[in-house]
Design a protein around this ligand. Structure first.
Ligand code: NDP
Ligand code: 8X3
Length: 255
């Protein structure tokens, strides 16, 4: 069995790559950071699984096409695609937000995910076997101040997942949208452009999810019997009630 994980160089994607490797899959690990890609590749090999690394930027349609075309024959029958590469940038209101940040989020979280679906789902249909697991977010369920564009991209992940599931209803190919809440990864460091103090505050006073927690959910969905389609999973830390309600430092916080 083969699982391809986008954004396997960090956080949830890295955990998914390792979780699926532990579960018996060979892994196609993708991302831009070559040092991190090599590291995760070594870890996968040390688990006794094979690994193929592809370094490309999911925002570029040409790079996605080239990367998929470069996959050797013996790696082409991909069973699971984990569409994980993504990010939030900034927390400014829409009337002050950065054009560049908006475009990067839309290009990565929506268009990058779509390119991978377009490139890999035809093979899954032909083989009559496959599973697309998109990493959405609780942020796709309800907007919060400063999250307009990020939340919109994750609402798009839900809509795109739902449409694909309907389009594949007459096939054995399954589609899952995993929607995590607060997960401690590099996410907030990226969002706040490297302001680590601000990023650390996001996870203070609450035990957040880990990448491994989310990877367990994705692996569970992939391991369900063939007639079971886990369509959508909202996974929150126990002290997170919704995207905007968190019990932190023994106090109720509403964004
Ligand atoms: P990280 O920053 O730790 O990881 C993000 C991953 O995405 C990295 O591997 C990065 O790889 C990859 N990536 C980003 N942009 C690109 C690009 N243009 N091309 C290729 N790869 C890219 O964050 P998380 O693990 O937290 O985020 C993973 C997913 O989970 C995202 O879709 C995020 O929206 C979602 N999510 C995160 C939550 C959280 O609280 N952390 C909650 C809900 C959802 P590289 O830099 O090597 O390119
Ligand atoms: C990440 C969760 O609440 O930081 O998708 O937007 S949140």
């Amino acid at each position: 069995m083969i699982a391809m994980v986008t954004g396997a160089t960090s956080g949830i994607g890295r955990s998914c790559a390792l979780r699926f490797a532990r579960g018996g899959y060979d892994i196609i690990a993708t991302g831009r950071n070559s040092t991190n890609l090599e590291e995760v590749a070594h870890e996968i090999e040390s688990l006794g699984r094979k690994v193929l690394t592809l370094r490309y930027d999911v925002r570029s349609r040409e790079e996605c096409i080239k990367a998929v075309e470069s996959i050797p024959q013996q790696w082409r029958d991909i069973d699971v695609l984990v569409n994980n590469a993504g990010l939030a940038l900034g927390l400014e209101p829409e009337y002050e937000g950065s054009y560049d940040d908006w475009e990067t989020m839309v290009d990565t979280n929506i268009k990058g995910m779509l390119y991978m679906i377009r490139l890999l789902v035809p093979g899954m249909r032909e083989r009559g076997r496959g599973h697309v697991i998109n990493i959405g977010s609780v942020a796709g369920d309800a907007a919060y101040s400063g999250g307009g564009v990020y939340c919109a991209t994750k609402a798009a992940v839900k809509t795109i997942s739902d449409a694909l599931r309907i389009e594949l209803v007459d096939t054995p190919v399954r589609v899952t949208n995993v929607k995590p809440g607060l997960v401690e990864t590099n996410f907030s460091r990226v969002r706040f452009h490297g302001d680590n103090d601000r990023a650390d505050n996001v996870y203070k006073g609450i035990e957040p999810l880990t990448g491994e927690d989310v990877a367990d959910v994705a692996f569970y969905a992939a391991s369900a019997p063939a007639h079971v389609q886990i369509a959508e999973v909202l996974v929150l830390a126990t002290n997170q009630g919704s995207g905007s309600v968190v019990f932190r430092n023994n106090q109720l916080e509403k964004k």
